[in-house]
Design a protein around this ligand. Structure first.
Ligand code: GDP
Ligand code: IMO
Ligand code: MG
Length: 419
């Protein structure tokens, strides 16, 4: 029997979903994107080559798979065609044999982008027209792919061969015992219903979004893998309890300058902004879509427990563990302090969340390069203890650990949750 696996972002997006999807795609027959649009940016590194995806699932790099853009996705036709042509120019041909677009997916229009650029600033949107397009969809005045391809747009004919009733492709694959991978964009805390509203995106990145965004039954899902960084990042505005340094400090930093020994010394003496700077520079935390510097912070178990509850996470994929190398002390947020009252559950009231101060537990860091580790036993003791703590404090097993951007830089721990 085949499996259907959901890959979901467990934080504020950019957790490394693209890399994890790329690894699992090796054993998948169909790879589907279920939400969002070209606000997403998924980077996949294969050998010396770097691929950036905004819409097409990274499954396209494994040539024989079928890739699906589900009904839950919003599509900017010009961006999609640009992505198809960019891949073709690098030797990855995209045709109706390996890409299908849901006939019910909604189309982003120029007017949506203009509106987003005007009104989305306060939230820090990517300005790609995502919110306004979903507004049109929900208000039942949107344009769907099935109608777009009948229009006089210069892109209509180019996209026509790809547009299908994709629910059939995916459900037939499931019935025929194929392996299906469902890829979410963004992350749980950016979910329109369950994220830090209004500082969220306009779709449902959570695992449940895979069912509505593709048209499959919740009963068909075999396992849910939430991807979380070994620390945390957030791009755009909104509360972020474990943030290191301020949003303004992050914005004013010179992007082109690397880390100095003074930065490391300062970080190891306890300067929070410099700790965040080390994470940003070592993790190359700059947006794939907008190039904005990402805000950085410690791993937040309160937020992770919330994400694992909402998603029903079976196993976590912990990425970018290598980025913590060189920091003497690591912190993990175990609870929030709201002016004297300690809380362990993630509050939904944004004003309460904004007042939450992290209660930390400290761990020893490590100095060794861990990017060559392929087994848990090849990690320094401190790194293993850190992973144990994430597992225990979130109450969720770790299925995979990533120690570098490359496919091979991965430690698999719970094969039974994967294909
Ligand atoms: P996504 O949006 O969740 O797919 O994540 P992004 O691609 O936006 O950001 C993750 C970035 O981290 C990408 O540049 C990846 O190549 C990179 N990356 C993924 N896993 C690792 C890892 O384990 N270590 C390091 N150093 N980089 C990683
Ligand atoms: P991936 O798939 C991180 C953020 C934006 C902004 C908010 C709303 O790469 O993880 P939008 O343009 O969606 O209306 O912006 O959501 N955001 C992301 N942050 N990763 C993403 O995607 C994001 N997509 C949107 O920065 O704060
Ligand atoms: Mg990203």
């Amino acid at each position: 029997m085949g499996k259907t696996i959901v890959i979901v972002g467990g934080q504020w997006g950019d957790e490394g979903k693209g890399k994890i999807v790329d690894i699992l795609t090796g054993d998948a027959d169909v790879v589907c994107r279920y939400n969002g649009g070209n606000n997403a940016g998924h980077t996949v590194v294969v050998g010396t080559e770097n691929f950036k995806f905004h819409l097409i699932p990274s499954g396209i790099l494994h040539r024989s798979k079928m890739n699906v853009l589900g009904n839950g996705v919003v599509i900017d036709p010009e961006v999609l065609i640009g992505e198809i042509e960019g891949l073709a120019s690098r030797g990855f041909s995209v045709s109706e044999k390996n890409l299908s677009i849901s006939s019910s997916a909604h189309v982003i229009k120029k007017s949506h982008i203009e509106e987003d650029e005007k009104k989305g600033r306060a939230i820090g949107t990517t300005g790609r027209g995502i919110g306004p397009c979903y507004v049109s969809k929900i208000s039942r005045s949107g344009l769907r792919m099935m109608d777009f391809i009948k229009s006089s747009s210069p892109y209509a004919n180019r996209l026509k061969p790809f547009v299908k009733d994709t629910y059939l492709i995916v459900n037939n694959a499931i019935s025929n015992g194929k392996n299906v991978l469902l890829e979410g964009a963004q992350g749980t805390l950016l979910d329109i219903d369950h994220g830090t509203y209004p500082y969220v995106t306009s779709s449902n990145p959570i695992a449940g979004g895979a069912c509505t965004g593709i048209g499959i039954s919740p009963k068909s899902i075999s396992s849910i893998i939430a991807v979380l960084k070994a620390y945390s990042t957030r791009v755009g505005s909104g509360p972020y309890p474990t943030e290191l340094g301020t949003e303004n400090e992050t914005k004013s930093e010179d992007r082109d300058l690397g880390l100095t020994t003074q930065d490391f010394d300062g970080a190891n003496k306890g300067n929070e902004y410099l700790q965040g700077k080390v994470l940003r520079k070592q993790g190359m935390e700059y947006g794939t879509t907008t190039k904005r510097p990402r805000r950085t912070g410690w791993f937040d178990c309160v937020a992770a427990r919330y994400a694992n509850t909402i998603n029903g996470t079976d196993g976590m994929a912990i990425t970018k563990l290598d980025v913590l190398t060189g920091l003497n002390k690591l912190k993990v947020c175990v609870a929030y302090d709201t002016g004297g009252k300690r809380i362990a559950n993630f509050p939904l009231d944004i004003e309460v969340l904004s007042r939450c101060r992290p209660v930390y537990r400290e761990f020893r860091g490590w100095q060794e390069d861990i990017s060559h580790a392929r087994k848990l036993s090849e990690l320094p003791k401190e790194a293993r203890l850190y992973l144990d703590a994430l597992q225990n404090l979130t109450g969720t097993p770790i299925a995979m650990v990533s120690v570098g951007p490359e496919r091979s830089q991965t430690i698999i721990l719970k094969k039974k949750l994967l294909f």
